[in-house]
Design a protein around this ligand. Sequence first.
Ligand SMILES: C[S@@+](CC[C@H](N)C(=O)[O-])C[C@H]1O[C@@H](n2cnc3c(N)ncnc32)[C@H](O)[C@@H]1O
Length: 373
Amino acid sequence: MDSLFPCYAGCAFGTEGLVARELKDLGAADVSAENGGVRFTASGNQLFTCNLWMHFCDRLFIVLRDEPCRSFEQMFNLVFAVSWNEYFSGDESIDVTCKCTRSALMSPRDCQSITKKAIIEKIRHSTLQQTFPESGASLPVHVTVRNDQAMIMLNTSGTALSRRGYRTWNGEAPLRETLAAALVQLSGWRPGQPLHDPCCGTGTILAEAALMAAQKAPGIDRTFAMESFACFRSQDFALIRSRTASLMDPSRVKLISGSDIDPDALELARRHIRQAGFSPDAVRLDRIPLQDLNLDSEDGVFICNPPYGVRLSDQKQCRDLYRDLRLLKERHPTWRLCAISSDPAFERSFGGKAAKKRRLYNGRLECVYYIYY
Ligand SMILES: C[S@@+](CC[C@H](N)C(=O)[O-])C[C@H]1O[C@@H](n2cnc3c(N)ncnc32)[C@H](O)[C@@H]1O
């Protein structure tokens, strides 16, 4: 039987519940959410499947050690205790990242170099390997020290899972793909129902909705660091990948559309939707100010990420736009409207209290996701 690993899914604050539910649906065990992440247990094959399928989380880790740590000596011993040669086969580049919060050890740089030193010492000690060319694939090791508790982890994803591969150019203030997917999920929209983003920019919300409708795994077009870990050499990840790819059906992408006033952003949206694997007519895109938008579908869901007016000079214009969103909603009384903003005056400018609100982070910016039925 495949060995089981204690694992951790790192995610943005506010999305832990979505990540936990998705992990359970994918068959992970012992799922428990905490601030900014979710713990779970999974086999190598399950972890690979999760890397392919997870829409909302940033990275998936194998937890190698999780213990109190208040000194560099303790950190060295903690890292040295791991059997690194199970994961390392001789030429990988050992890439250590580190994050310290509210702890005696507060220098990520020092923790990083102690960790790398302890890994190399341990491999020297247990395999007699003396030189480390680091010319092969990456072995990404991530260390967090939080409240004097250190977690030594292997990053199985490699680059963040938000990097699906379809977004190659960024417009003005694009949304991270994982947050866009969370907005679609939290809106209550279901594939087959009309969905329109009236400020679609480079099309991230639309591309994520199309992936969900087509049952296309968001990670299918990219690779993951775990594919070159020594302990997974005998695993048939190619078979899992091809079975996952066979589930995709682009003909299920229907009634997803977007509009914006910026022609350059719309050009990028077209490119991103095509690069996500969909034909140009699968998602309709139009240059229309939301003030003039009139859709003829009976009901549907507007999902949008309007400008926030973070700079004072833009604030008035953005607040006028929030009022125009209410007018859009009034022209489409049977449609649901969902919008994310960091502006505390959103509801006042919109002119009505949302039926549901959810605190989410767009990068470091604290935002609220407002849902009007
Ligand atoms: C924060 S960006 C959206 C980014 C988008 N979610 C993405 O992933 O690229 C806000 C968008 O609203 C658009 N916008 C601003 N005023 C508008 C209006 N009156 N009607 C339609 N779109 C508008 C801007 O052109 C910009 O593309």
